[in-house]
Design a protein around this ligand. Structure first.
Ligand code: ADP
Ligand code: MG
Length: 695
């Protein structure tokens, strides 16, 4: 139950006086539906209204605040013309200007002869001083509400800063004096103010320094949030009961057979990962494991070992790929290995012909197929298994883990074990916050014999040399990826750029060039990809769609135009498309100079390393956690105030603090323990408290 002290904050906004239906909709859209949500909506700038000159002394283009007397109204003569109100002070005259104003309204608030305090930007027009659309018109009896320093909030269309500010002011008035939930010693050491003062400080910055993330009031809130996060995770993982699954034992020793048939030697981490997966499968607990390995690290074979293990116990396995092409690639890659060990494998996608489909569905149901490869469609349709033991999900770097876990219903009376493959290294910092309960296997070393990809950066004005130089590659049968960037704001223009490049290259390298982009129908796209992989096309001009893991061993050269516009991880993923054979590969980063600080760092990092981990950590530093995994969509925690990028030390501290709290069993018991419950509720982490009662 929510502590009473929070009642006022956890009410819908429309319970506040003055929030009508229309305003409610806008506010809800921008910020949230409960009063408490508005606490976390912090200002990101200030407007200084403390400049109070006389009319004659006022400098143009500054924000002024002035006490004026109204002398005359000049209503607009026609629509579209301004409404002008003339005012004076003891030094001169000035016009207040409104476009599209309601006459009645202006006559009410500023009748001739009245006094008011006006704030806005002053300028000169045809030798007269004027203020267009004053932001504040304050009558003398309301002067107490006026603040010289006005916080500025992120806005949405149709909501003025004033509206948001006024609402947040009301919200701040309802913040109670909470008892302290942090250790007093820590509070003293950090010199943090108490919660209610901190939140009010953050909404009332007095100067630009106060907006800084390192401001002590803000740091206090950051720690509040991090501790709530870590505490809830600690509670959950302490009481985490491994879900029930079933023992899958490789009675027929199929994994051993598989490994004997490989034409290459496994890397150390492949061996370890296969062990880990086999162990997990053999246990009666359900496996939920992430297999993380950089592009080209050899995840498929590890997953295949898991599937063989499952087949060895006469259960079925399924492997899902994000696209038809990748499913086919997997299927073709493993078919021979399956044949050799007498494991039956098939593929089912949206393109499987009706006749074949019926046979496959029947075989799956009767258990005649050991391993089925497919796209997501595999699981959306009415596919029934005889006995599904393991599901492998090749997520590439997409992270819909939570939806994917819903596959459970496909099996008979126990949920299948799950193995998720991802090329996105989860930076340890993030792991700390989210993956408390998921097991992780990592492929840290690359297969032997891989040649490093040579990475070069050149300014974009060298492009014609580059175009000439690829002829040599084409002549020896090597293929080229040519990546054109996609910027969100103007997809049309971007596409046009890619099309132009395609036509230009196709003129030179007749009929050897194809174009692929995200606006194409999936079937068309896959046909183009296929022609590049197996057919006569030697150059693939692409927008970033090729990011999603295609394997074309003959491709040895990648050009990335405007590489300065890409994120670091994205560039790394792209580059991983070459260097997939024993031939030397290179990646050319074309950039437009001058390069910004961050872009320069990104390109440098990329030239210096091909270690996905280093790249991911660097990316985290350069961009912040939110963007990397698309955190909001992924179900990973999303922080309202904390920034993992900056607050790593506080995160560590919060983690230790949380462990201490759990180990010493004070939650809900001692005074601090009870106060911590308030904290969990305040940050909507009360779900975790049910584990407290259970344990
Ligand atoms: P990814 O981890 O990107 O999915 P893949 O599983 O597609 O990588 O493997 C890339 C290529 O490397 C495949 O052609 C695969 O057969 C090969 N491969 C995998 N493991 C090894 C190894 N230990 N030694 C040599 N080649 C390997
Ligand atoms: Mg792969």
């Amino acid at each position: 139950m929510r502590p009473k002290i929070l009642d006022k904050l956890f009410k819908p906004i429309e319970t506040t006086k003055g929030i009508g239906p229309r305003l409610k909709v806008k506010l809800k859209y921008l910020i949230g539906e409960n009063i408490v949500d508005y606490l976390w909506h912090l200002p990101n700038n200030i407007i200084d209204r403390s400049y109070r000159p006389t009319i004659i002394s006022a400098e143009n283009n500054r924000i002024v605040t002035m006490d004026l007397t109204v002398t005359k109204h000049n209503p607009s003569r026609r629509r579209g013309l301004p409404y002008k109100i003339t005012c004076i002070d003891e030094t001169g005259e000035l016009d207040l200007i409104w476009f599209n104003a309601r006459r009645q309204y202006l006559e009410d608030i500023l009748p001739v002869g009245s006094n008011a305090t006006i704030s806005g930007k002053i300028e000169t027009y045809k030798k007269r001083k004027q203020i267009i659309h004053p932001q504040h018109v304050i009558k003398s009896q309301k002067l107490n509400d006026f603040q010289d320093i006005e916080p500025v909030y992120r806005l949405t269309q149709g909501l003025s800063n004033k509206v948001i500010r006024n609402y947040i002011k009301k919200v701040l008035d309802t913040v109670p004096d909470f008892p302290e939930w942090h250790d007093q010693e820590l509070i003293n050491r950090m010199k943090w103010p108490e919660f209610s003062k901190s939140i009010k400080d953050c909404h009332n910055p007095q100067n630009l320094d106060d907006l800084d993330h390192q401001n002590i009031s803000k740091q206090r809130l950051v720690y509040d949030e991090l501790l709530a996060n870590q505490l809830s995770l600690a509670l959950i993982s302490k009481n985490f009961e491994a879900p029930k699954g079933i023992e899958i034992i490789d009675k027929n020793q199929l994994v051993r057979k598989l490994l004997n048939n490989l034409s290459f030697e496994l890397t150390n981490s492949q061996k370890i990962s296969i062990e880990e997966i086999s162990n997990d499968l053999s246990k009666s607990d359900r496996m939920i494991r992430l297999l993380q390995g950089d592009v080209g690290s050899g995840k498929t074979i590890v997953a295949l070992a898991g599937l063989f293990h499952t087949a060895g116990s006469l259960k079925q396995g399924a492997m899902m790929a994000p696209t038809e092409l990748l499913a086919r690639q997997h299927y073709e890659g493993i078919r021979d290995l399956c044949l050799k060990s007498n494991v039956s494998v098939n593929i089912l996608t949206g393109k499987t012909k009706q006749k074949d489909r019926e046979i496959i569905l029947k075989d799956l149901k009767e258990g005649k197929i050991d391993i089925i490869i497919g796209t997501h469609a595999l699981f959306q349709e009415k596919v029934l298994f005889n006995d599904l033991g393991l599901v492998v999900i090749d997520e590439q770097h997409r992270f819909g883990v939570h939806q994917r876990l819903s596959l459970t219903s496909k099996s008979k009376d126990y949920p299948p074990d799950i193995l998720i493959m991802s090329a996105t290294p989860i930076p340890r910092t993030l792991e700390l916050t989210a993956f408390g309960s998921m097991q992780v296997s990592r492929l840290l070393d690359k297969p032997k014999g891989r040649k490093p990809i040579k990475t070069i950066a050149k300014p974009i004005n060298k492009i014609s040399e580059v175009i000439d130089s690829i002829e040599r590659l084409i002549n020896v049968g090597e293929k080229i990826y040519w990546v054109c960037p996609l910027i969100e704001e103007s997809e049309k223009i971007d596409l046009a750029a890619a099309e132009d490049r395609f036509h230009q290259l196709n003129k030179i390298y007749k009929d050897k060039v194809s174009l692929v982009h995200g606006k194409m129908k999936i079937e068309d796209r896959e046909k183009v990809m296929n022609d590049f992989k197996y057919g006569s096309k030697m150059i693939l001009v692409a927008t970033t769609v090729i990011e999603v893991g295609i394997d074309v061993p003959d491709a040895t050269f990648m050009v990335i135009e405007h590489s300065e516009r890409f994120g670091l991880s994205q560039l790394h993923q792209l580059r991983g498309r070459v260097g997939r054979s024993d031939k030397l590969s290179s990646c050319l980063l074309l950039y437009k100079s001058p390069l910004g600080e961050n872009a320069k760092k990104r390109l440098e990092t990329l030239r210096n390393t091909d270690d996905g981990f280093i790249i991911a950590e660097e990316d985290l530093i350069l961009r912040g956690a939110g963007e990397i995994l698309g955190v909001k969509q992924s179900g990973l925690p999303y922080f309202k105030i904390a920034n993992l990028n900056i607050d790593r030390e506080l995160l560590e501290l919060a983690k230790n603090d949380a462990n201490f709290i759990i180990d010493s069993n004070i939650l809900g018991k001692t005074e601090r323990g009870k106060n911590l419950e308030i904290l969990l509720h305040l940050f909507n982490k009360e779900e975790a408290l049910k584990y407290l009662e259970a344990g």
